[in-house]
Design a protein around this ligand. Structure first.
Ligand SMILES: [Zn+2]
Length: 309
């Protein structure tokens, strides 16, 4: 009897030791630098750029988030202990629940730091009916070939990802003036369904200066069939802005320009019926409402200054 009690006591002690061992060792894989999602939005709408903010300790490695297999870099604010990055939800993303993973580039360890769920909400973008000269809609074979080449060229531009972040702080509106064509409109031109409107149209008088939304490099200056005289800027981190239908362009490809630099003037070149600026944004290829980018970059803790890359 005595020896049974004794061995039961041994067993208990062993059990406690095993438990302590497990508690101390098993969770240590992720416990060393936990990332917590705090003030980030839990949802975003189709076509929205949103600021994702998570708390975490300073890391010697670069931290990014992953959404649908695409990586988005993050900036760190030492003051607040927050990592912030911009996520671009393409206007055609299926509404539903998604995962955002927080990952780091720390060599062979895999660098997985956390995951949280994120909802994409549906937007009713509305319909715009337009009447245009048929030469601008029903294209002959030669023009169609030109348009296809130009579309491919733009798509290839937006695929390029620059690790260096050239943009700094909040993005700005390139011209004042009311919105004459909202982002995302489903367009019916001369009675035919056409591709949706992937930017915003800002009404402004012919010749109004068009300003760069942020720092960047000029990657395209050309006269394109649909967009007329056009400028595209690469801001780094997969962000591009475009300025279409200009009457004239004042920069050249390869130029590095600052926020607010005059890129050209408002016009009505290409497929356009009156002077306006078509202003578009791509983020890792995603078609984004430019106004949502202004909002997302205005509210950042890190200020997205260039030191905190
Ligand atoms: Zn437009």
């Amino acid at each position: 009897m005595h020896s049974m009690i004794h061995s039961f006591g041994c067993f208990l002690r062993l059990l406690i030791l095993i438990t302590i061992f497990l508690v101390w060792t098993v969770p240590s894989v992720h416990a060393e630098d936990p990332f917590r999602a705090v003030t980030l939005p839990r949802a975003a709408r189709q076509g929205e750029a949103c600021l994702i903010r998570v708390t975490g300790p300073a890391s010697p490695h670069s931290i990014s988030m992953e959404f649908e297999g695409v990586r988005y870099p993050m900036a760190f604010s030492e003051e607040n202990g927050t990592y912030e990055g911009l996520l671009g939800i393409d206007m055609g993303t299926q509404p539903g629940l998604y995962d955002i993973k927080i990952v780091s580039t720390d060599g062979g360890r895999g660098g997985y730091r956390g995951v949280f769920s994120f909802r994409v909400e549906k937007v009713d973008f509305g319909i715009q009916k337009l009447s245009l000269p048929s030469s601008m809609v029903d294209l002959d074979a030669k023009t169609l070939e030109r348009v296809n080449q130009e579309t491919k060229r733009l798509a290839a531009l937006f695929q390029a990802f620059r690790d260096e972040r050239l943009w700094k702080g909040a993005f700005i509106r390139p011209v004042e003036g009311k919105v004459s064509g909202a982002f995302g409109l489903n367009r019916i031109i001369n009675g035919q369904e056409r591709s949706p409107h992937t930017g915003v149209d800002l009404e402004a008088g012919e010749g109004t200066p068009v300003l760069a939304s942020n720092r960047g490099r000029v990657v395209l200056v050309d006269d394109l069939f649909f967009s007329g005289r056009s400028v595209v800027l690469d801001h780094g981190w997969g962000l591009y802005s475009m300025y279409f239908h200009l009457s004239e362009t004042l920069v050249k490809e390869g130029d590095r320009i600052g926020k607010g630099t005059m890129l050209g003037r408002v016009g009505s070149t290409g497929r356009s019926t009156k002077p306006h600026l078509h202003w578009g944004i791509r983020m890792n290829g995603a078609r984004i409402d430019p106004f949502s980018l202004l909002g997302a970059t205005e509210t950042a803790d890190s200020g997205f200054g260039l030191k905190q890359q």
